[in-house]
Ligand binder design. Sequence first.
Ligand code: ADP
Ligand code: MG
Length: 321
Amino acid sequence: MASEFDLIARYFKRPAPAGMLGVGDDCALFGVPPGMQVATSTDLLIEGRHFFPDVDPRALGHKALAVNVSDLAAMGARPIGCLLGLALPTVAPDWLQAFSTGFHALAAESGCPLIGGDTTGSTLGVAISVTVFGAVAADRALRRDGARPGDLVWVSGALGAADIAYRLLSGQMPADAGLLAATRDALEWPRPRYALGQALAGVASAAIDISDGLLQDLGHVLDASGVGAQLRFADLPVAPGLDGVDPARLRHALLGGGDVYELCFTAAPERADAVRDAAARAGVAVTAIGCITSAAGLVVLGRDGQPEADLPRGFDHFSTP
Ligand code: ADP
Ligand code: MG
C-alpha cells in the first residue's frame, strides 16, 4: 500500500513555476508584483452534499478547482496557485489518477498550479477543500460594493442548464436522456471565466459569480452597494437545449438555479463598448440583462413589462425547506 508521501508525489506533486516553491516543503512560496494585492478564497466540497458519490472523478477534480478559480474571476484576479486539502475514506489509484488529471488540466489551462495541500484519511465520505491565490491591482478588484445607479447589469455565458442537469440526476425531474446530454457538462464541467474576469478588472464596477443563483447572488451585490436593480426576464441568455423544459421549471432554473460559474457584473453604461471588447478578448458571450436603480430591491420585469411576483430564492445550505 502506497504511503501518504508516495501518494502525494505520484498524484499531486508537479514542478512549480519559476520563482515559486511548490509541493514538498512546509509551506509554498510565491511573490506578488509591486502594487498588486493577493486575492484568496477557499471552497469545501463534501460527498453527498456537493457531488454525487458516483460522479466521474476527472470531472470532480476539474470542478473542485473550477469553483475556486471562478471566485478569482469574480474578483478580477489573475490566478497564481492553489492548495488542495483531501480527506479520503480509501486510497483508490484509479480514482486518484482521474481526479488529479482533471484537477491538473484546469490548473495548467488557467495558470493556477497546485503548490501544496494536505492529505488525510476520512471516516466519512470524500471531502475536498481547495484554496486559491490570485493577484489583482488594488484599485481594480471587482468587489461587490461598487455598483452604482444607472450601471448596466450583465451576465456571461448562458443560464439554466446546470440546475436542470442537477434535477434530472437527483430524480426531481423524470429521466430524459436527451435533456441530460444537453445539460450535464454545465453541471460537471463548469468553465470558470478567469479570462473575462481579468479583462473586466478596471472596466466593471462590481462582479460576483452566480454559484448560488442569479437573484440571490446579484442580491449580495445590491446589498453591498446599497442599490437596487431591474432585470428584464426576456433578455436572460438561455442555455441551448432547454426548449422543451416546462416554463415554470425553466424560469426557476434561470433566476434561482445555483452551481452556475458565470459572472454577473455591473458597469457604467458608457463602458458598454469596453465590456464588449473585454468579452471578445476573453472569447465569452456577455448579455446586458437590466440596470441598477437607486431604489432598493430587485425587480424582474416580465414579457408584459410588469414586475413579476414569486421570484425564486437561490441556494442556502442552512435554510429550512
Ligand atoms: P506537513 O506535515 O508539513 O503538513 P505534509 O506531509 O502534510 O506536510 O505534506 C508534505 C508536502 O506535500 C507539503 O508541501 C504539502 O503542501 C504537500 N501536500 C500534501 N497533500 C497535498 C495535496 N493533496 N495536494 C498538494 N500538495 C499536497
Ligand atoms: Mg500536512
